[in-house]
Design a protein around this ligand. Structure first.
Ligand code: C2E
Ligand code: SIN
Ligand code: SIN
Ligand code: FE
Length: 392
């Protein structure tokens, strides 16, 4: 109607209505641009996957004026799509071959639906479950760098209208960003798992010479992380000590079996050989550029130092001893005391506790002993969970 009317005017100037429309569009682009610029900085600062996805979902919603936004991940094992991040709280799970989201994933194409309930592909089950009413929806596939589809990025219910072709282009960019973030997190996780596996295998090689269980490593690394947290150290640091501590005795690889496995007391010569294991360990782990390996080198070198300066190999005292080594010293001794060794039976936990407390300010940093007493229930839980007697 309006077009007809406009044509009848032979006026060169844009019609007020059209101009109005263009101004509105420009304003909308300006709004989008400033939102995106605002968020761009925040997004590049996010390292953690969940907080990054949360931000992407939030930006996508406000830029596209959508009511909801959901990131679906493809779970190939169960042939399901599940919502890794949704602006509505509930986790949504749908069979991978149903609904618009299923269609997007199987076709690898953006799907833009102006009226959900008129589209036969739409699966109203999710609405039924969530009590939400979907009017319109725009869904973009997410793929990894091999081009395999890993999920979908979906926005629902654009305010007042339905999604446009420009919205499709923008959603495509969000989907790419989210896919990259997810893939990077996955790669990072793989590397972490590989590193942890390597560390434990390497450390177990040293332990194997000495005693026959991985449980000691599992226990003392967890004790160390618990102590670190109880002392108020950041979560990341506690995570680092968990990864770095298993290698504390790696230097025992350089000690002869006849000494390590001697059932009784060591003579002076044997004892002086044993006392070299911290230096051997520190040497094996030295000069790495990796912070975790650097930490494990410090732990290997200094886990037999004592707070009062009477330890070995350097007779460090007090805070000259790196904190990570002060923590591991206690975790290691507590585990040695409560375990069977070729040279000693396991002590009852009460006796172990007494020895630790008596060592406060002498063998151990009093602050570490305090933390130990504070989190004893957690320690005991780990002790039971990774008990050596499991299969006896
Ligand atoms: P480990 O068996 O892992 O013991 C680690 C630390 O736990 C010991 O460091 C010691 O501080 C503490 N610990 C272990 N058993 C006892 C105990 O019965 N009483 C008390 N108060 N503390 C205990 P340490 O003494 O520097 O020993 C380092 C490593 O030398 C030990 O590691 C073990 O591999 C070896 N070792 C120490 N004593 C003997 C021994 O009498 N015979 C043999 N075969 N090896 C020994
Ligand atoms: C669909 O994709 O068909 C439904 C998904 C949803 O409403 O979130
Ligand atoms: C030793 O001096 O022979 C070993 C001392 C100890 O087990 O702590
Ligand atoms: Fe040791």
């Amino acid at each position: 109607m309006r077009a007809k009317k406009n044509n009848t005017h032979k006026n060169k100037k844009p019609q007020p209505a059209k101009m109005q429309q263009e101004i509105l569009e420009l304003r909308e682009w300006r709004r989008r641009l400033s939102l995106l610029l605002n968020y761009a900085k925040k997004i590049s600062a996010k390292k953690e996957l969940d907080s990054l996805l949360k931000l992407l979902v939030e930006v996508a919603r406000s830029v596209l004026r959508a009511d909801r936004c959901t990131v679906f991940l493809l779970d190939k094992n169960n042939n399901e799509l599940w919502s890794r991040m949704a602006s509505g709280e509930q986790i949504i799970r749908v069979p991978a071959n149903t609904g618009i989201v299923g269609e997007t994933v199987s076709r690898g194409r953006i799907i833009n639906i102006a009226n959900a309930y008129r589209d036969p592909r739409f699966n109203p089950d999710v609405d039924k479950r969530t009590g939400y009413h979907t009017r319109n929806l725009l869904t973009a596939p997410m793929s990894n760098n091999k081009g395999e589809i890993i999920g979908a990025f979906q926005v629902l219910n654009k305010k007042s209208t339905s999604f446009t072709v420009n919205d499709e282009k923008i959603l495509f960019v969000f989907a790419e960003q989210a896919a990259t973030a997810i893939e990077n997190a996955q790669l990072y996780e793989d590397i972490r798992t590989a590193a942890k596996d390597t560390i434990f295998r390497l450390a177990a090689a040293a332990e194997f010479k000495d005693r026959d269980t991985r449980n000691h490593l599992e226990r003392m690394s967890r004790y160390s992380a618990i102590l670190a947290s109880a002392m108020g150290m950041p979560k990341e640091w506690a995570q680092s000590i968990l990864m770095a501590s298993p290698m504390h005795d790696i230097g025992k690889l350089g000690i002869s079996d006849s000494v390590l496995k001697k059932p009784g007391k060591l003579n002076e010569k044997e004892w002086s050989e044993i006392k070299k294991h911290p230096i051997y360990g520190a040497d094996i782990l030295k000069d790495s550029e990796n912070e975790l390996i650097q930490m494990s080198s410090r732990i290997a070198r200094s886990h037999h130092e004592k707070w009062d300066g009477s330890g070995y190999p350097q007779k460090l005292r007090g805070e000259e001893i790196p904190l990570e080594a002060r923590i591991v010293a206690l975790a290691d001794v507590f585990d040695a005391l409560t375990s069977r060794r070729c040279y000693k039976p396991p002590f009852h936990i009460k006796d172990a506790l007494r020895i630790i407390k008596q060592g406060s300010g002498k063998h151990f940093d009093p602050k570490v002993v305090k933390a130990f007493e504070k989190c004893l229930p957690k320690i005991v839980k780990i002790m039971d969970e990774f008990s050596d007697n499991m299969f006896e």
